[in-house]
Design a protein around this ligand. Structure first.
Ligand code: PLP
Length: 467
């Protein structure tokens, strides 16, 4: 048994190391597409089992051609972390230890480490000390958790216990959200019964920042409970809402302020970019991801709430724990929607330990510098336009001449060509009536040489398209 285990897990290590070592050299895209993968994998349910080692070998052999090198140095398609080796190692231990991390008394190590990671996160992000953190799968769920806490509180203040009595018959809650919010905010609103359409979309400026004057004009239109959803790090431009003004307006109207900072909140951990988040500490709940800028492996998102009691009230499984815990205990499941789950705090602890305050700051600053470098290099080429103010790690680029349709065609052709050439991976998006190439720098593996090589690849793709 011991030999078998060592052999099996040893093979997994060999495969993992070989894959990681190949990432820098490999092309920037999978060798085969989804449809080919589906065909290659198509098989009926096995009637009988197979030896674990054979299953592992087959898993690796079948999957490898369809792996996107997201953990590599030249993947700029989304804001995505590259899962730092230290986080991967910690995550392997989490899997091997098999702790059901929902409750604190049966899993002391997992619960205590998550509690320490909670304090460290609030510290490094410089949010109000004592805020609670729910360790969830990602920012989408974290948005749902933060907005649930908001829903609980604003309705309690209006004399309604939404956790017990639901939304039917509840006072109307006005939800105000910036017009350039991330899709996951609307998904979270949908999940918690607020609807993705039944919201007031507040006008934004050219970079996607919520306009305080527009918020002030809208928020006075209703008299009941209110939630304002702000954003730190717009998915295309990287822009930050003006928090000081927005929060002052919102709080003057008794609103709860929730901030989606899935990647952008990490600017707060840097000396050079912290000013972008000025005033954000005045909000009531915040969301960020571990699996983006912090380089924690998936799944790692954080729902951070100033009022721990409200956070727990919104998430605690009904009647399950209060009598049996001691004063001061932190029950991991009381801050998240799940009960059984992996020990998500452990890889977070490991990454904060690996990087430290200065390491996180250095990583984030380095990526912002790389984004500026991308923009500077690309802007020198005729026919290439940088479409945003490059303030953090996001660069959006438009190619070609003529009207928006002609430039869209050119931009799409450049993106397809870059993806096909495979030096790096970039995607596209619609922005203000244009189609743009999105470049997000967020992998801990990326070096200046990777940026230069990728900028060259983009320029030569454009030259080929231009003809
Ligand atoms: C990525 C992102 C999300 C969604 O996060 P997941 O971890 O993918 O669920 C939400 N908001 C913003 C601004 C993002 O960048």
């Amino acid at each position: 048994m011991t030999d078998d285990l060592r052999h099996l897990l040893g093979r997994a290590v060999d495969h993992a190391v070989a894959y990681r070592e190949s990432l820098g050299e490999n092309s920037g895209r999978p060798e085969v597409d989804y449809y080919s993968m589906r065909q290659a994998l198509a098989a009926p349910l096995p009637e009988t089992g197979s030896a674990p080692e054979a299953v592992l070998e087959e898993l690796v052999r079948l999957s490898t051609p369809g792996l996107m090198p997201m953990a590599g140095p030249r993947f700029f398609g989304f804001v995505i972390g590259a899962s730092h080796p230290s986080g991967v190692a910690a995550d392997w231990m989490v899997t091997a230890w098999g702790q059901n991390a929902g409750y604190h008394t049966p899993t002391p190590a997992a619960a205590a480490m998550e509690e320490i990671a909670e304090g460290w996160l609030v510290d490094i992000l410089d949010l109000p000390r004592g805020s609670s953190v729910g360790f969830v799968t990602g920012a989408t769920v974290a948005n749902a958790v933060g907005l649930s806490a908001a829903r609980t509180k604003v309705l309690l203040d209006a004399g309604w216990d939404v956790d017990a009595d639901g939304l039917f018959g509840a006072p109307d809650v006005a939800v105000l959200v910036g017009d350039d919010a991330h899709s996951s905010v609307f998904s979270a609103l949908q999940m918690i019964g607020f609807g993705y359409k039944r919201v007031t979309r507040v006008a934004t400026d050219g970079q996607g920042r919520m306009r305080p004057d527009a918020l002030a004009a809208e928020i006075g239109k209703s008299s009941g409970p209110k939630i304002v959803i702000a954003q730190a790090g717009q998915i295309n431009t990287g822009a930050y809402d003006p928090f000081t003004e927005i929060i002052a307006i919102a709080h003057a109207h008794g609103a709860w302020v929730h901030v989606d900072g899935a990647f952008g909140l990490w600017a707060r951990a840097t000396p050079g970019h912290k000013h972008l988040t000025e005033g954000i500490e005045g909000a009531d709940s915040w969301v960020t991801d571990g699996h983006k800028w912090l380089q924690v492996p998936y799944d790692s998102g954080f729902a951070i709430v100033r009022d721990r009691e409200v956070h727990q009230r919104a998430m605690t499984q009904w009647g399950s724990y209060l009598p049996s815990i001691n004063q001061g205990d932190r029950v991991p499941s009381a801050f998240v929607p799940e009960l059984s789950r992996r020990a998500r705090g452990m890889p977070v602890w490991a990454m904060l330990k690996t990087l430290g305050r200065t390491g996180v700051a250095e990583l984030v600053e380095r990526h912002c510098g790389y984004a500026r470098r991308f923009a500077e290099r690309l802007a020198t080429e005729p026919g290439i336009r940088i479409m945003n103010e490059v303030t953090i790690n996001q660069v959006i680029v438009n190619f070609g001449v003529g009207d928006a349709a002609a430039r869209k065609a050119a931009t799409e052709a450049v993106i397809a060509r870059v993806q096909h050439d495979g030096v790096c991976f970039v995607g596209g998006a619609a922005w203000r009536g244009d189609w743009v190439m999105r470049i997000s720098v967020s992998s801990g593996e990326t070096t200046e040489a990777d940026v230069d090589m990728s900028a060259d690849a983009i320029i030569s793709a454009w030259r080929a398209v231009r003809g």
